[in-house]
Design a protein around this ligand. Structure first.
Ligand SMILES: *Cc1c(COP(=O)(O)O)cnc(C)c1O
Length: 371
């Protein structure tokens, strides 16, 4: 009998917090606290407190969070920003948005994150910053990156959109660089019911600049000290996120447990590589990514069996049409190039049941034993 397993199940999570979520939304409407105000301020306070940082500045989405941070660090035309070859397009396009140029670095075998050992060779006298991405929920290897930032006087912005509350050697991701940026897109580990994002930092000056720029260049009504933009988290999103903050750590745990169960269920399938942990780091499994030579066939087979899967990402950033102008080829990023045809993300969400995982694993085994 076929089961139907979605890639993420936002409905079952909503059901588990329905009373609190509905009350929080009603409260925003009752108080007409739609943009800004105490509900947004309370979310920012709580998020900063959980991270043990001085500032959380909420913005419109996770893309703006990176863009505004780069811009307020003074990055612009003529500058270069180093980032990773495999990520969501946001990480790279915001560099272009400032007028600077992205410089890509290949990924680590098996761990899918920026290969820190290749970063130094990409540093030029135009380099201003490095954006490591904690991809799939696994922290990037931060120590060597932070050492390079110190040595060459570069900013470090941690794109933490996929890794809320993941830890690297006991430090929360987002707290190690000059700033950490987050997305609260609905499907992220901590997801709003619409677009939202934030920047966390301990730097008073950069926090104030970001808050000002994101709010039309203004901290005090009608005093516009610089030309800015409009990028804010609205009250409804902040209210939902505040409710969800009480659950995020247990949800991350459930994701981890589910990932370990997948690893166990798939351990004897020699045709696939299951995710590997980084010693000293936690993994919050935003994405459970496997690799197989027969990715497209497996994905089609699973679809027939009612199992959704996705690819993060089908084309590595340097090979997208958007970056064709950089004239890269497969030899520049051999691991990202090889992996883009092999990676497959299986359903992953906290509410995934043992039965669902067993169904997925037994179908994967069927696929490889049939031929
Ligand atoms: C989701 C995501 C973003 C962008 O966040 P949005 O809120 O969708 O703008 C940036 N970087 C990474 C790695 C992401 O996964």
């Amino acid at each position: 009998m076929n089961m139907n397993i979605p890639f993420v199940d936002l409905k079952s999570q909503y059901k588990s917090i329905k009373n609190d979520a509905d009350a929080a939304v009603a409260n925003v409407i009752e108080n007409t606290a739609f943009v800004g105000g105490p509900i947004v301020a309370e979310f920012e306070r709580k998020y900063a407190e959980m991270y043990g940082v001085k500032h959380c500045v909420s913005v419109g989405n996770g893309t703006d969070a990176i863009y505004i941070t780069l811009k307020m660090l003074g990055i612009g035309p003529g500058d270069e920003v180093i980032t990773v070859a495999n990520s969501w397009i946001s990480t790279a396009e915001v560099i272009n948005q400032t007028g600077a140029e992205p410089v890509f670095v290949d990924i680590e075998p098996d761990l899918y994150n920026i290969d820190a050992s290749l970063v130094e060779s990409k540093i030029s006298d135009r380099t201003k910053a490095i954006i490591p991405v904690h991809l799939y929920g696994l922290p990037a290897d931060m120590d060597p990156i932070l050492r390079l930032c110190k040595k060459y006087d570069l900013y470090c912005i941690e794109d933490s959109a996929q890794a809320h509350f993941a830890e690297y050697k006991g430090r929360l991701v987002g707290t190690m660089g000059n700033a950490g940026t987050f997305s609260f897109y609905p499907g992220k580990n901590l997801g709003a019911y619409g677009d939202a994002g934030c920047v966390i930092t301990n730097d008073n000056e950069i926090a104030e600049k970001i808050r000002r720029y994101a709010n039309h260049g203004s901290l005090v009504k009608h005093q516009h000290t610089i030309p800015g933009i409009n990028s804010r988290t609205d009250g409804l999103q902040a209210a939902i996120l505040t409710v969800k903050l009480d659950h995020i750590l247990e949800w991350n745990n459930a994701r981890y447990e589910n990932a370990m169960r997948y690893n166990e269920l798939l351990a004897d399938v020699s045709d696939i590589c299951t995710p590997v942990l980084r010693p000293g780091s936690t993994h919050v499994f935003h994405v459970y990514c496997i690799r197989t030579e027969r990715r497209d066939d497996l994905s089609a087979f699973l679809r027939e069996k009612g199992i959704a899967s996705q690819i993060h990402y089908p084309t590595a950033l340097p090979f997208l049409d958007a970056y064709r102008y950089l004239n890269h080829n497969a030899h520049d990023f051999p691991i990202a190039y090889e992996y883009q045809d092999q990676i497959l993300s299986l359903p992953m969400f906290p509410e995934l049941t043992r039965e669902q995982q067993e169904y997925i694993a037994s179908n994967i085994k069927d696929f490889y034993t049939r031929r």
